[in-house]
Design a protein around this ligand. Structure first.
Ligand SMILES: Nc1ncnc2c1ncn2[C@@H]1O[C@H](COP(=O)(O)OP(=O)(O)OP(=O)(O)O)[C@@H](O)[C@H]1O
Length: 311
């Protein structure tokens, strides 16, 4: 069963095309990673799925029903954890959750029960009567999640839910995502943290300039780049290094410099390592060690878009 199907979705802001004829389908039970650099079009797409923004063209179906024609059905089956926190600081935690659950039509004993369950789920039951203005960033995020799940949506959309929070809350959120998914909720998860996406997502789409440029399981995405290899060169100093000079070498796809580490992605069919080493020696850059690395999602992203996910 497809929880979400998007066909030829386009969003224009005047002359600018933020989402460009995008098609996508998500099967029930997935944790779907939606990856893209800043400005790639993720939030615009998500806002159209959540009916917060009108599309210029195209169709969106939730559980087989068009979201414009069946707007109440769509609303009741979607939960959204927005990038910006959407909680009221001067309402207690349980009042916040009840308020949002109430917007989905829950009332009386059921509203109370679902509110308690949602707070318990995110580990804030003992804070039900506290005000979020006294919460840490991570606790506010968790409350935001409780507000989005109390009405038990079949599809939960999480837009960068772990930005700027402590590691403990972060792992709490990741565990809750997995637990929610086991309970039958399908999840769309956007993040700038590639390792999070590798850890929890069963399938992934990469969006760039409003278009899906790759889609599949982690393994499928990694297999796109079997014709490349990653070599990390540790040097004593990168001060004299001109990364562009290395990038010019035939067979070098990307070069990243992190402190004393140079990460190079090569085309496996061209032997360019000798030339790279020669270039480093010419610039009096002393090599400490050299390691071959398995490609990860970061490499896939870099190879396909020519950019880091976090710029
Ligand atoms: N209301 C708007 N009017 C004009 N341009 C917009 C509007 N909203 C978004 N854009 C543009 O559309 C593009 C896509 O933006 P969007 O917020 O969807 O990107 P994103 O992938 O979610 O990025 P981020 O990771 O920064 O949230 C950007 O270039 C942005 O400037």
């Amino acid at each position: 069963m497809k929880v979400l199907e998007i066909r030829n979705l386009t969003k224009r802001f005047d002359d600018f095309i933020a989402v460009d004829n995008l098609s996508l389908a998500i099967e029930e039970g997935e944790i779907f990673g939606f990856l893209g650099a800043n400005g790639a079009g993720k939030s615009t797409t998500i806002n159209m799925i959540a009916s917060l923004l009108h599309s210029t063209k195209g169709e969106i179906e939730i559980l087989g029903k068009n979201i414009t024609r069946y707007s109440t059905f769509a609303k009741n089956n979607i939960g959204i954890v927005p990038q910006e926190l959407a909680i009221y600081e001067d309402m207690t935690a349980d009042e916040n959750v009840s308020f949002f659950a109430g917007l989905y039509g829950l009332r009386g004993a059921q509203l109370k029960k679902r509110t308690d369950e949602a707070l318990e789920f995110v580990g804030l039951k003992d804070k039900a009567k506290s005000f979020p203005k006294n919460f840490s960033g991570g606790m506010k995020r968790r409350l935001n999640i409780a507000c989005a799940i109390a009405h038990r949506p079949r599809l939960l959309i999480m837009d960068e839910p772990t930005v700027g929070i402590d590691p403990q809350s972060r792992s709490y959120i990741l565990e809750s995502v997995k637990k929610l998914n086991k309970l039958g909720c399908t999840i769309i998860y956007t993040s700038h943290y590639m390792e999070e996406v590798e850890e929890i997502c069963s399938s992934i789409a990469i969006i760039d300039h409003g278009k899906i440029i790759a889609e599949g399981t982690k393994e499928q995405l990694k297999s796109i780049i079997t014709n490349t290899k990653d070599i990390w060169i540790e040097v004593t100093s990168t001060e004299a290094l001109k990364a562009e000079k290395i990038k010019e070498i035939n067979g070098v796809n990307t070069v990243e410099v992190e402190e004393n580490l140079i990460k190079i992605n090569f085309n496996a069919e061209v032997n360019s390592l000798n030339k790279v080493i020669q270039k480093l020696m010419e610039n009096d850059i002393e090599i400490r060690s050299l390691d071959a690395h398995e490609p990860n999602l970061e490499t896939v992203f870099l190879t396909l878009t020519g950019r880091n996910l976090r710029d």
